[in-house]
Design a protein around this ligand. Sequence first.
Ligand code: APR
Ligand code: ZN
Length: 233
Amino acid sequence: MDVAPRIVVLTGAGVSAESGLQTFRSADGLWYSHRITDVATPEGFARDPALVHRFYDQRRADALAAVPNAAHRALARLERDVDPGLAIVTQNVDDLHERAGSSHVIHLHGELNSALCTACGSRLRWTATLGDRPPCPECGSRTLRPDIVWFGEAVYHLDAIEAATRACETFAVVGTSGVVYPAAGLAALARAHGARTVLLNLEAQDGGFGYDEVRLGPASEVVPAWVDEQGEP
Ligand code: APR
Ligand code: ZN
């Protein structure tokens, strides 16, 4: 039964940092060791598919080996104990929210554990590599790509995400630098529809959006502490 969410939580790479997965724009971030144009654009994939597959095959393996941390687990508890309609809108492509027990996770930027066939359009659950150009189980072509939204491509599920954002009472933002749209505009959309906005992040965001509540620190600490207070009358 689809229950309208009272709480929507937008997450970014920072929520998975303490599970050992790299963020993008922190000091040792992925965008300091890889050029976005090479590994996160359709043009880069057309130019050198093997390089792009190596990049995502490694991230898929890293994500499979990672373990949900206390922040992921606290958000699953928030759904179980406080808001059964809780929607997690994640920019992340790992499945740590799902593995922590969250049941309504919307992947705005796609998922590592999904492959997209460029020949027949099938989306396939995929935890193996793609660099060895395996055949599509549906059509046999060897043109599977990571089911990841690259720069210049349309994000996934935006209508559902904006509907949940407009409807919620509380919009919490966890572990994101807030520089990539449309995700970065969701807190303002929530506020425009009367929601209370909360930032739970290691550091303040540059964007200057004035959250109603800001708690700075590692997600594994600030998220469980915030969740503990949500059930209180
Ligand atoms: N706990 C909480 N927040 C953290 C932690 C932590 N342990 N470690 C880092 N952070 C915060 C950083 O302060 C930063 O604000 O997480 C944020 C990470 O920002 P980015 O690296 O820019 O990641 P994200 O915001 O998710 O990037 C958005 O950009 O390149 C695209 O598609 C990619 O989905 C990604 C999008
Ligand atoms: Zn196919």
